[in-house]
Design a protein around this ligand. Sequence first.
Ligand SMILES: Nc1ncnc2c1ncn2[C@@H]1O[C@H](COP(=O)(O)OP(=O)(O)OP(=O)(O)O)[C@@H](O)[C@H]1O
Ligand SMILES: [Mg+2]
Length: 336
Amino acid sequence: MSLARIFDRYPERRYIMFGGKGGLGKTTFSAATAYYLAKKGYKVLVFSVDPQASLSDIFERDIFGQGAVEIMPNLYAQEIDADRHIKEYQDEIRQKIYDMYGLDEIPEEIESYIQAAAAEPAMEESAIFDQVVDIVLSAEYDYYIYDLVPLGHALYYLSMASVYDEWIDKITKLRQEMEEYSKVASLIKREEETEEDMILKELLDIKYRINTSSGILTDKEKTAFFFVIIPEEMALLDTQKAAGLFAKYQVPLSGYVVNRVIPPELGRQNIPDYLRHRLEMQETYLKRIDELFGDQVLARIPEFERDVTGLPMIERWPRRCLAQSLKPPPPSPRRE
Ligand SMILES: Nc1ncnc2c1ncn2[C@@H]1O[C@H](COP(=O)(O)OP(=O)(O)OP(=O)(O)O)[C@@H](O)[C@H]1O
Ligand SMILES: [Mg+2]
């Protein structure tokens, strides 16, 4: 099995995610996979949900907050600007208050509430979440590659989706019941849409968006989730723990990729003890990885002599783990 073969075999898995501990290579794998799929002729968007996004670094271009930027033919990259989205969201709320209550000006105490709410850390996360929903629902690309934040955080998004969902379920039900009662009570056929109707509609819309985006994350037909690991003890332990949690949220796992493998052939050369020890240690963990994950291990990527930045460097990456398959692309999985 190789990483490339997963894409060949399951062309309907259009949402690709690389998860794992901080700094192991999630962004690099995301960018390299995006490059590979774009070269194969698919239209690909790789996007970052990380406020400290590093797609700008790897593509050596400032793309922050600029929407989807074309990096090369078929390859688009996007870094979400949460702050701007929060501002737009505040404006939207103000507009709704104007429309619903027919006011010319937002009352001072409501304005200060809107300001205070924007400073909440949860606001940034829900702003990002909201943008992600917009992106994945856009249906403009063949592939969507999520450049994820480190483990704990990605799980937080998933749990947040299910908490939101339950909360909205409760409120929606309550409101629907209230509406039934009020209809019976008044027995008046209403012609105009009431404020209640509008709120209910809004809630149902939020619910639809949350369900659709978290539904994608847990849809094994459409989603490929890969864990990035390195041959070191702590990384392995954390990954095993995380794999358990992801399973709990029913994220479908497509496999593991091993990054930063010191080339074992170095062992045949005259090398310092320091490096020899590292190689021995690595050997132990590579074996453990194979025992633990077997044929779910899809790639081994060497430790390069420098950081992976710029397209020529990214191009070297797929040659090692993705280029096993250079067949012509199967029919586009995009459904128009
Ligand atoms: N095989 C490799 N050889 C050399 N450098 C690498 C390799 N893989 C990743 N790097 C470098 O390691 C650094 C971290 O990689 P990357 O940003 O992809 O990790 P990440 O998992 O996305 O990190 P974060 O959790 O902070 O988002 C980058 O500078 C990258 O260029
Ligand atoms: Mg990253």
